[in-house]
Design a protein around this ligand. Structure first.
Ligand code: C2E
Ligand code: CA
Ligand code: CA
Length: 569
């Protein structure tokens, strides 16, 4: 009979037994003798000699804590500080329960209580420890982040799983650390400086997690993940800030952490960090707070988002989604009259009631489900335009909202063309709203798509204008027909002269660039009058009407027809 490869490996594995009592050494040697090669030592000094000699082939040390000459604690700390020896896992042998935590903190992998358990139990613990450690050692060779020499993210995630297995009963915290506006640091001070900051943060984290039995990694360019035993009063942010401060004097305002405390071990590691990240993101751009905890509210939001995701498909097939239309009125040309409409989706959920798009759109944008929903709205809107054409003999153009990820889809232009063609309407009956922030993300690709649409005769509206960061010279390069002034822009124009001045500036620019301006979210007469005076051509808002279902919208079409008859006669 040949030995299997596994058996031969096992045969070679050496375990060092360190105990001052002969009876213990013999018992253990006896228990492991069939599976491993047992080496023995009577105290720390002897053990050290053996370890140094066999450091690259030693699989495990079984270590008694109380010994003369050099005791187990001392040996542990010597091992911890030696690059070669710290690699060898140690299982501590002890009769004191209180020693357990202390030795685990000092780097022991596990412990075996005295008097000894059944041999199978001891063997199982030994086998598990050796196996886990081999995994770590195989991986760790290449698993570092070059810049910071912290773990990289893949290894970190695997290691976190191992920690869970080792310490199933230790409460753990998931922590995400982020640097506010890191790209600005890079831009203003150069990459080398940015790298230096990252290195410092990295080494501070390393120092911290070493002292606190945790692990850390650089997860993204400027974000770090830390998995660490729970603390009620975490001092990690202070610790890191202090060490980064001498290089970056505003570190206080730059560093921000999100903590998911005492993690639920039943959910995946990655999701635990999603939660910490959610907390961290909740205080982005908020300079008065730099620590946030994952809390009940976030938990509810998360659960709600999950509910929405799982209900969407059925919602679509059960016709729970309805398209509403909000009228846009031209106001510069005598009495206001209806020019067009915006299609806005509504979800009549059978149990949750009316769910606002402000809640579900961001959720579906994040996971891509928005594509399906948008296609539904686009089709509905196109066929509605056609229905009204058939019924009233007039084209009321409808604009549809297009999410950033829709625009990046290869077949997007073809799809829109198909939809319009099969509804039997022309491109003049259909407009496309793209939010301003989309332009700042990947503008080249976006501009190309928009140009193709315009070449086909579609008009493009830049939605939420004033909330993104498009610079003036960028604006002149953008192929856009209409600027839709964001609601926030005009909310206070009747009380704040500065805001009104901004609108007037936009009007000058739009005129120069030959763009139409639509003001949205207009609620009050004063706003309406000021906007009219400023030259805004089109108004959309509660001042005229909320978004309404198509049947109700027909009132506006009838008024428009009446208006046309009056002005032509
Ligand atoms: P948006 O595109 O900026 O749409 C304008 C929002 O302002 C709509 O909210 C509209 O109901 C609301 N609004 C209009 N006039 C007033 C007013 O005078 N006062 C106030 N307070 N609000 C006004 P809604 O319908 O809740 O939609 C919210 C957002 O959800 C939309 O913002 C849009 O970004 C998104 N959305 C809605 N439908 C769709 C869709 O079919 N596809 C996509 N991708 N996004 C959609
Ligand atoms: Ca819109
Ligand atoms: Ca808008």
């Amino acid at each position: 009979m040949y030995e299997s490869f596994e058996d031969r490996l096992k045969f070679r594995k050496k375990i060092l037994i360190v105990d001052d009592e002969l009876i213990n050494r013999e018992m253990l040697a006896n228990i492991i003798g069939n599976d491993y090669e047992a080496l023995t030592a009577e105290d720390g000094n002897q053990a050290l000699d053996v370890m140094i000699r066999y450091h690259d082939t030693l699989s495990l040390v079984l270590l008694d804590l109380l010994m003369p000459v050099m005791d187990g604690y001392e040996l542990l700390s010597v091992m911890k500080n030696d690059a070669n020896l710290s690699r060898i896992p140690v299982i501590v042998l002890t009769s004191e329960v209180s020693a357990e935590v202390k030795s685990l903190n000092m780097g022991a992998a596990d412990f075996i209580p005295k008097p000894f358990d059944a041999p199978e139990v001891i063997l199982a613990r030994i086998r598990k420890t050796i196996q886990l450690h081999e995994n770590i050692n195989i991986l760790s060779a290449t698993q570092y982040d070059e810049l910071t020499s912290l773990f990289n993210r893949e290894f970190f995630m695997e290691y976190a799983v191992v920690i869970d297995q080792y310490y199933p009963d230790v409460k753990m915290d998931a922590v995400v650390l982020d640097i506010n506006r890191f790209h600005a640091i890079n831009e203003m001070n150069g990459r080398a400086y940015g790298d230096e900051i990252l290195r410092r943060v990295g080494s501070a984290i390393k120092e911290y997690v070493r002292a606190n039995s945790g692990i850390g990694c650089r997860y993204n360019a400027d974000s770090f993940y830390i998995y660490i035993p729970h603390s009620d009063t975490p001092d990690i942010l202070d610790f890191i800030t202090e060490r980064v401060q001498e290089k970056m004097d505003d570190a206080q305002n730059r560093l921000r952490i999100g903590i998911y405390p005492d993690v639920d071990r039943n959910i995946e590691i990655a999701r635990r960090f999603d939660r910490a990240l959610l907390a961290c993101t909740s205080i982005r751009g908020n300079f008065s707070e730099n620590t946030a905890y994952y809390n009940e509210k976030m938990h509810e939001d998360e659960a709600f988002a999950e509910r929405l995701m799982s209900d969407m498909e059925k919602g679509l097939s059960d016709n729970q989604f309805i398209v509403y239309y909000q009228p846009k009125f031209a106001i510069q040309d005598g009495d206001p009259y209806l020019t067009s409409a915006e299609a806005l989706i509504r979800w009549k959920h059978p149990e949750l009631g009316m769910v606002s798009p402000g809640r579900f759109i961001p959720v579906f944008e994040k996971n891509g489900m928005i594509r399906k929903l948008d296609r539904f709205v686009w089709k509905e809107a196109a066929s509605q335009v056609r229905k009204w054409e058939d019924k009233f003999g007039i084209t009321i153009p409808v604009s549809v909202n297009v999410s950033r990820i829709d625009m990046m889809d290869r077949g997007f232009v073809g799809l829109i063309t198909d939809i319009v063609n099969s509804a039997g309407i022309g491109p003049d009956g259909y407009m496309i709203e793209v939010t301003e922030s989309a332009y700042t993300d990947d503008s080249d690709k976006l501009i190309e798509v928009v140009n193709r649409l315009r070449a086909l005769g579609f008009r493009i509206e830049m939605d939420d204008f004033g909330t993104g960061y498009s610079s003036l010279n960028m604006l002149s390069a953008l192929p856009v027909d209409v600027l839709k002034l964001d609601m926030r822009f005009i909310r206070n124009i009747h009380t704040n002269p500065k805001d009104l001045r901004m609108v007037q500036l936009v009007m000058e620019i739009a005129e120069y660039l030959n763009m139409t301006v639509v003001a949205e979210g207009v609620e009050y007469k004063e706003q309406y009058e000021l906007l009219k005076e400023a030259g805004v051509q089109v108004i959309q808002g509660y001042y005229f009407s909320k978004p309404v279902p198509p049947e109700e919208f027909e009132v506006f079409i009838k008024e428009r027809i009446e208006h046309d008859n009056n002005t032509s006669s």
